[in-house]
Design a protein around this ligand. Structure first.
Ligand code: NAD
Length: 514
């Protein structure tokens, strides 16, 4: 595909998604509401820096309208039987299936993911929608045996209320869906504050769902609030109408949001930075390890929370395997994300390139050795070379998450050492071991093994399935989203005890006879 073919597809993509008006300065605003605000947010294609859309940000007055409308719709929505809510989410899934290709392209255009990853992100939204449909018939509570005769005890789950969803730029569609579609079958309303770096994907995603909701009389149950700065996020996290704030982004952001929401006794669900390592033992299938590491570290240009940032190699295989890794890096096709065959696109913007350059300078100053890459690529857009740096133990920079394709490679003697080094970072999201040794695998997965929320064997750190609970501990924030029983966070639990006897026995055998 030529450059001009790619630029034509910008307008094709936007019009097929029904948001071509976003191309006109100030022509679109307020998501569900066609209201105009001051100032304009420009959505730029990181592959060449061109402006692909302009969006008017939401004003304070519009924020009030969006939240009040979602609140009013929630009051009705919570009374709809959950399986019926599931049917409406099923129709949203159909909308995402219909628009998968165009929406995937828009993800690529806005945040620079290669085409298959853009489409993969939308597939994740379809998967979680399907999961939510099934879940809508399985919002089970437990029944317990009461200690008192003639009593019945059980718990039930009620809709929680309005959920605030704040998302990062790097998953501009799926992370919202993980939250919103589960919250929706749970009976909640949702107001979304997307990253200002990916407003068009948010608008398109929102419109697909809004069309379905409107057809069923629930227009505005999902609200969208796009702002140029953090003012709306600040408002939301202090707003008592949101009993739950689900926030995905950097650890600094999460520290602030977690504190503010806790002060008002709200709940927060935090999905923050990762610093994910892969351990490769001497008996590992090295072909598998090579593929797992390369995709994990270079895929999405290192801009996944689960990207592989560190590799620990057992000493006896380290030299040869590192040489293979460097060779594989030399074969990565870097370029326009929508060109067929491209494996690595650009970073999101020039600030990200600066962070990449600074991290490399710091790593070298701390004793790291650049084995390949290390530079910005001289072409339009925010491109950098995928980089491998040999490290020594104790380098401070290795404990930080740099959101770029930098891979730190170290060595270990024993598995105990490897696990200790892997865990010795503030973050706790994803982790892997490549090994064919049963005992090594089990040690890695044991209570004294990986301290991360995700622990894989013979699979890389990135690319989780939606069926499991996704998230991590320590400075990753402790939140869990998507599958398993994560739906419970979008509901409130109520324990009910019914007395069908003619007595009033007290719990724990307490006497209080008057
Ligand atoms: P970011 O923290 O800059 O922004 C994330 C969102 O939070 C944006 O919508 C932003 O406007 C908002 N925000 C930022 N600071 C805020 C503040 N002080 N108060 C209120 N809102 C604030 O992150 P980013 O650069 O968009 O995304 C990259 C980061 O997100 C990385 O650290 C990555 O690991 C993390 N991330 C984590 C997960 C996960 O599931 N653990 C998933 C995706 C991304």
């Amino acid at each position: 595909m030529s450059d001009s073919a790619v630029s034509v597809s910008v307008s094709q993509v936007l019009s097929s998604l029904g948001i071509a008006d976003a191309l006109l300065p100030g022509a679109w605003a307020g998501a569900a509401l066609d209201l105009l605000g001051d100032g304009v947010i420009e959505s730029r294609n990181p592959a060449d820096g061109s402006v692909i859309g302009r969006v008017s940000p939401c004003t304070d007055e519009q924020y009030e309208v969006v939240v009040a409308r979602a609140q009013a719709q929630f009051e009705r929505w919570r009374l709809i039987p959950a399986p019926r809510r599931g049917e409406i989410v099923r129709q949203m899934a159909e909308g995402f299936r219909k628009h998968k290709v165009a929406l995937g392209h828009l993800v690529s255009l806005e945040v620079g993911k290669v085409a298959s990853e853009g489409a993969g992100e939308v597939q994740e939204t379809i998967d979680i929608a399907d999961f939510a449909v099934g879940l809508s018939r399985q919002l089970y509570g437990l029944a317990m045996h009461s200690e008192r005769p003639g009593h019945r005890m059980y718990e039930q789950w009620h809709p929680l209320g309005l959920i605030s969803v704040i998302t990062a730029f790097n998953f501009p569609n799926a992370v919202w869906a993980w939250n919103a579609l589960l919250a929706c079958v749970c009976g909640d309303g949702v107001v979304w504050k997307p990253s200002h770096k990916a407003p068009l994907t948010a608008i398109a995603t929102h419109r697909i769902c809004e069309e379905v909701l409107a057809a069923h009389g629930f227009s505005g149950l999902f609200g969208l609030v796009i702002g140029k700065n953090r003012a709306h996020a600040e408002k939301m996290i202090r707003d008592h109408r949101f009993p739950l704030v689900s926030a995905t982004g950097s650890t600094n952001m999460g520290r602030h949001i977690g504190t503010v929401v806790a002060e008002r006794f709200g709940r927060s669900l935090l999905e923050l930075g990762g610093n994910n390592a892969i351990i490769v033992t001497k008996d590992a299938d090295l072909d598998l390890a090579l593929r797992g590491i390369t995709f994990g570290a270079v895929g999405t240009a290192g801009q996944r929370c689960t990207s592989t940032r560190r590799v620990y190699l057992q000493e006896s295989i380290a030299a040869e395997f590192t040489a293979r890794l460097v060779k594989a890096y030399g074969q990565v096709r870097i370029g326009d994300p929508l060109q067929p065959g491209t494996l690595m696109g650009p970073l999101i913007d020039n600030d990200a390139v600066r962070c990449f350059e600074e991290a490399i300078i710091t790593a070298v100053a701390q004793g790291g050795r650049v084995l390949c890459g290390g530079k910005r690529i001289d072409r339009p857009g925010s491109y950098v070379e995928p980089t491998i740096i040999a490290i020594q133990e104790g380098m401070a920079i290795v404990k930080e998450e740099t959101f770029a394709p930098i891979l730190y490679v170290g060595t270990f003697k024993t598995l105990d050492d490897a696990i200790r080094m892997q865990n010795d970072v503030p973050q706790g999201l994803s982790s892997s071991i490549f090994t064919t040794n049963f005992q090594s695998a089990e040690q890695f997965l044991s209570a004294v093994g990986s301290d991360c929320g995700i622990a894989n064997v013979n699979i890389g750190t990135s690319g989780a399935e939606i069926g499991g609970a996704f998230g991590g501990d320590k400075e990753t924030g402790g939140g869990r989203e998507a599958g398993s029983d994560c739906w419970k966070q979008y509901m409130r639990r109520q324990t009910c005890t019914l007395n069908y006897s003619k007595e009033l026995p007290l719990a724990q055998g307490v006497n209080f006879d008057i």
